[in-house]
Ligand binder design. Sequence first.
Ligand SMILES: *Cc1c(COP(=O)(O)O)cnc(C)c1O
Length: 345
Amino acid sequence: MKNENYEQFASDNYSGICPEVLESLLKANQGSSPAYGNDIYTQQASDKIREIFECDCEVFFVFNGTAANALSLASMSQSYHSVICHELAHIETDECGAPEFASNGAKLLLASGENGKLNPSSIEELATKRTDIHYPKPKIISITQANELGVTYSIKEIEAIRKVANKHSLRIHMDGARFANALVSLGCTPAEMTWKSGVDVLSLGGTKNGMAFGEAVVFFDKDLSEDFEYRVKQAGQLASKMRFITSQWLGLLKNDVWLKNARHANSMAKYFATRLEEVDGVNLLCPVDANEVFLKLKPEVEVALKKQGWIFYAFIGISHRFVFSWDSTKERIDALIEDIKSIEI
Ligand SMILES: *Cc1c(COP(=O)(O)O)cnc(C)c1O
């Protein structure tokens, strides 16, 4: 399909590189630079992340979110430990067992919970279900912010999870593939949404926000980051031309481009959700906190829209997902709404 006509709401990783990031890549492409992260861009990107999070955290850069999650969970656990997460968590449903693989066998313990969110009681239930030697010992709670259903945890909710975590000596990992979307939605600071409310390690997403590729792992508990660079290298995640990951971060974080991109994506999702009110019989399945809209279309509508070239995901029989990114436009959303309206059922 031709690029200029690519009418997609499938995912925020279908979108291209945002202009500011592309510009920073071009700048970094002048001349040579030391390899494996010993370059000025990597230093500056790490410092910028420390500045943004207002703390002396340890920062590492990897190619993708699966690696960020799997390697950080591995660094927080032993092979006989377990990770409490929601049954819809990306680490469970979309990483091909990478967290278990990277940790040499740590088991994911799945909890249910409204709107894709863990809650203190579901965590408590799993954390106390078994205390004998025959069951992997719970060690980590992993929450996704914004989560797989485009819903955010409030600061209060994260703090409540921290309380249960403290009670059972559990660490907290945050999957922040859509961290910026959650951040602008809550209107808080990066520090408030992480270490100030009890998060130990964060997978910080860059790709879906406007980079070509690249995620960061941020350790607020520095002890957990011991030898992490070896994990990254062994997993094949150490970029030799690291500056092309880290210069992208500079382009994204400078002048709050990452927040601008997230705000735009979120506002497009809100706009779509609002315009859907004009369509009879279409109901939103969960709150639109970030850049994703989940709804249920009749099978005939789904087929008709796909025939017209619209691209979005259907989750078998349950829902249809529309995702918005830094380059989504009102015009395309309007056209989509008109097409939905014009389908006679
Ligand atoms: C996209 C995404 C990731 C990262 O996936 P990769 O394809 O490995 O980059 C991680 N967590 C969530 C919730 C995601 O949506």
